[in-house]
Design a protein around this ligand. Structure first.
Ligand code: SF4
Length: 407
């Protein structure tokens, strides 16, 4: 090992290893695989006639939105597979030329790297099935640690834009947010609502140039959480299952209209529709009743027993997106998008639970989350559209967020 640097990671990172040809998915299926300029130039210099021909046939320049990182792209086959995969589903470029010939995208996936406060933070995207298994199936919850890595390790580093956010209190807000999300004395929906109320307060303080009161707000919320005062208020929030399902179904449909190039997700989506017998003929209230029934009979028994799975999903999302300082404009907008991820996932899982009934199990949950992540998480166009839609309809309030969150 040459020179080393410190990185900050969830502890599951130490366990992760690509399982290659035993993987039930492949990283690249149904995706846009971009090639950085440096790697593209390396391909142009290859002398092997056969490989040269392969590269020419399967790689095209990215003319519309070219950048250093997405200089060209691999043309996927009709079934959405990478043409360089061999018959054992291993990458042909890596086996013939070595890993130094992999593009940045292929060399780093499923790792996500953010530069935060001078340190590289690395985690995994759950669109990789092996990553989903090791990150979500940890009953103890996700903890974090410092590791060392070789300076030469390839990373595609995202720089976080802190503009307009209270950078001075970054660590206080981030640490407190994680604490709330891991407070198992509270149900997951309760934790999410407390988070939202807290962020509303923080955004208000920022707007009124009162950021110096953020630590005071954290102390107050800590007190309310510890003495159980929140429990009473939260218990009074009504459950509105039909409206929840209607709103979320509309958001999920938008993704279907925009296009889904992932067979597994299609199957899950159709299972969800079957599970609540979603038809255009039935009244929304009738479908809402079936949704409520699937929630209470099949979803809740499993997801309450394994509530750490969804907690781990949220904690991983929060770390990976440097939440709530992520890419959306305000702290509260970052929160809205966390809620959108959680509630879209939950709605579809409820339908899926209704379909499988007593056979609904953890393996199905994991497979759904992985395909959901692959389809939704990497589609910024869709996510931006969702936020726009919510803003346009004035749904970006705590009232609406509670409808989406509450069981
Ligand atoms: S999806 Fe994950 S486990 Fe599967 S081949 Fe890619 S990196 Fe390896």
């Amino acid at each position: 090992m040459g020179k080393i640097r410190k990185i900050f990671v969830p502890s599951y990172m130490e366990k992760f290893k690509c399982i290659g040809s035993s993987c039930e998915d492949t990283c690249c299926a149904g995706w846009r695989i971009t090639i950085d300029r440096k790697t593209h130039k390396k391909y142009e210099k290859i002398n092997d006639i056969n490989l040269k021909r392969e590269f020419k046939r399967n790689i095209s320049r990215n003319r519309s939105n070219s950048s250093e990182l997405s200089y060209s792209k691999i043309k996927l086959s009709k079934d959405g597979m990478c043409p360089f995969l061999d018959e054992t589903k291993l990458c042909g470029i890596q086996s013939k030329l070595g890993s130094s010939y992999l593009s940045n995208t292929c060399a780093t996936y499923p790792r996500i790297s953010n530069l935060v406060d001078g340190t590289i933070e690395k985690s995994l995207t759950l669109s990789c099935p092996e990553a989903a298994r090791i990150a979500l199936l940890n009953e103890e919850g996700i903890s974090f640690k410092e590791l060392e890595e070789d300076y030469e390790t390839r990373n595609v580093i995202n720089n976080i834009d802190f503009e307009g956010k209270p950078i001075k209190y970054f660590w206080e807000i981030r640490t407190f947010s994680m604490q709330i999300m891991k407070s198992r004395d509270y149900e997951l929906w309760e934790r999410l609502i407390i988070l939202g109320l807290f962020y509303k307060k923080i955004d208000e303080l920022i707007e009124n140039n009162d950021s110096n009161k953020i630590v005071e707000a954290i102390d107050l919320y800590t007190e309310l959480i510890i003495n159980g005062d929140f429990k009473k208020t939260l218990a009074r929030i009504p459950s509105k299952n039909t409206i929840q399902m209607e709103l979320l179904k509309e958001l999920a449909d938008e993704k279907i209209f925009l296009g889904v190039n992932n067979e597994k997700y299609w199957q899950h989506f159709s299972t969800f529709l079957h599970g609540i017998n979603y038809t255009n003929d039935d009244r929304k209230e009738v479908i809402g009743e079936r949704y409520k029934n699937a929630l209470e009979e099949y979803y809740n028994p499993l997801l309450k027993k394994y509530s750490y799975v969804l907690e781990n999903y949220l904690v991983n999302y929060m770390f990976r997106t440097v939440f709530p300082f992520g890419r959306y404009k305000t702290i509260f907008e970052n929160y809205i998008m966390l809620v959108v991820h959680y509630s879209l996932m939950k709605m579809q899982l409820i339908g899926i639970a209704g379909y499988y009934e007593e056979n609904f199990n953890l393996d199905i949950v994991l497979k759904f989350i992985q395909s959901f992540d692959k389809v939704i998480e990497h589609d910024n166009k869709y996510l931006n559209y969702v936020l726009e839609l919510l803003n346009k309809n004035n749904y970006t309030t705590m009232g609406y967020m509670s409808i989406l969150i509450k069981d």
